[in-house]
Write a protein that binds this ligand. Structure first.
Ligand SMILES: [Zn+2]
Length: 468
């Protein structure tokens, strides 16, 4: 063998050995191999068994889960039983009083004065917290507000005695639909209050949705300050909002009539549902997974937030079923009343503080049950860098990124958590269904939902084993 050939072989051998060592350290340590195996088993179980999707069918059969409603209590009992059946170490209910608002049976609107359209119905649905119209039809001229931020320039003279029609469209030019929602939802939250301050007698609000159908998308309004008279308020389907806008352009002095018999009924007893699988090395370090268990009442509340809640219930089920024996305690919390009060989140955080509980991480799923994309983290940059090393493992369940970002409303109140984490699935279809009759069991794709389950379960397991 020539000297040069010998040298070449030595360099080649060194390269192979060093390369192998680097690879072994980063990607093939025995721990990572083990995590990869666990991630595989979680993924296969999620997709094959579709346990969560089967539970979603049962949950949707109960009906929507408006805070304080009969069905919400039935759903709470259903979840409690599921946790007991799956063999959690502990299961309990946290009592909490919630506001009780009822939709009633009447929510109707139509054109009452016009050259050609008298009697033309308008598809509306009462907004959460709205008062009713006291058994009569509220009838008046209409003033349109095309951009909510312009309403500050309206005068009492223009508004007094009128029905204010907030008609700002959802900005579909934005890639992220949550940004479009964030802009347009202001008119739903604050429109009626601002209208009432100028003497309006009712408000109707264009549905905050990315889908141009005629289904009203509801949701709550902010609470009226005591000094402002409460007026009835309803969402209107996008097609009818477009019709009304065109009609007002042609006939500015049309009138419409609205009748609502929704009502605020004080408070009702409700509960957060809590269940745990105890950690076998660090039982006092708690990782919370959860979502909000209440929903709006027009559909099943399947994407918001039934399926995401069930994804987090399945985390506990898989820990037990796949015999994963987590090092840290994994606690699932189904928070009640996120939609119109966040009382459940406030009470959970209060008790956690009172009991001096140590929350390592809290993971929330409240963006629908679509194909996983990433995790938003509220935590230190260093921690986020560390967590990004798990991406090759999380990628098995289609998680592409981990980055700084908002987590979720229900975990926002918990104090002293190292990382608050929001599960982020694809959002292109979420606001087609959000808070509407479109949010049904049928709108959930089983594989997309189960991929979310796998992503959240894998991340929870990694935090439990590695700590953060
Ligand atoms: Zn939600």
């Amino acid at each position: 063998m020539s000297g040069i050939k010998f040298l070449f072989i030595c360099i080649l051998l060194c390269a192979v050995i060093v390369g192998g060592l680097i690879k072994a350290n980063i990607f093939e340590s025995s721990e990572n191999q083990n995590y990869t195996k666990v991630a595989d088993s979680i993924l296969v179980y999620s997709l094959q068994e579709q346990i969560g999707y089967k539970w979603l069918r049962e949950l949707c059969d109960i009906g929507p889960r408006l805070s304080g409603s009969e069905q919400s209590i039935q759903a709470i009992k259903w979840a409690e039983n599921k946790f007991i059946e799956m063999g959690c170490d502990s299961v309990w209910l946290q009592p909490v009083m919630v506001p009780k608002w009822v939709r009633g049976n009447i929510e109707e609107a139509s054109v009452t004065k016009s050259k050609n359209f008298v009697g033309r119905p308008l598809n509306i649905a009462s907004l959460g917290r709205s008062v009713g119209t006291n058994g009569v039809v509220t009838e008046a001229g209409v003033i349109e507000v095309k951009n909510f931020s312009d309403f500050k320039n309206f005068t009492r003279e223009q508004v007094e005695g009128k029905i204010v029609f907030f008609n700002e469209p959802f900005d579909n030019s934005l890639l992220g639909t949550f940004r479009g929602y964030g802009k347009a939802v202001q008119q739903r939250a604050k429109g009626a209050i601002e209208a009432s301050k100028l003497g309006a007698i009712a408000a109707i609000v264009r549905s905050v949705t990315s889908k141009p159908d005629n289904i009203p998308h509801v949701g709550t309004m902010s609470a009226f300050p005591d000094s402002v008279k409460q007026i009835p308020a309803a969402a209107i389907g996008v097609e009818d909002a477009e019709f009304l806008s065109k009609l007002l352009y042609e006939e500015p002095d049309i009138e419409i009539g609205i009748e609502l018999d929704c009502a605020n009924m004080g408070e009702a007893q409700s509960y957060n549902v809590v269940a745990e699988v105890k950690g076998n090395e660090f039982p006092n370090e708690i990782i919370v997974v959860g979502g909000h268990f209440d929903s709006w009442d027009k559909g099943h509340g399947a994407h918001d937030d039934g399926a995401p809640c069930i994804q987090t219930m399945e985390v506990l089920h898989q820990m037990i079923k796949l015999d994963l024996k987590p090092k840290r305690t994994i606690r699932c919390v189904l928070f009640i009343n996120e939609e119109n009060g966040i009382r459940g989140a406030i009470e959970y955080a209060r008790l956690a503080e009172e009991n001096n509980e140590n929350h390592l991480a809290a993971i929330e799923s409240d963006r629908g049950a679509f194909i996983p994309q990433g995790f938003n983290i509220e935590g230190d940059d260093e921690l986020i860098d560390e967590m990004q090393k798990w991406l090759p493992i999380l990628n098995k369940a289609k998680i592409d990124w981990i980055r700084k970002g908002g987590s979720g409303v229900d975990i926002s109140r918990i104090k002293n958590v190292t990382a608050k984490i929001g599960f982020v699935p694809d959002d292109q279809r979420y606001f087609d269904v959000h808070h509407s009759a479109n949010d049904t069991f049928e709108s959930v794709n089983p594989r997309e939902m189960q991929l979310g389950t796998a992503a959240i379960t894998t991340l929870t397991y990694l935090i439990s084993e590695e700590g953060i």
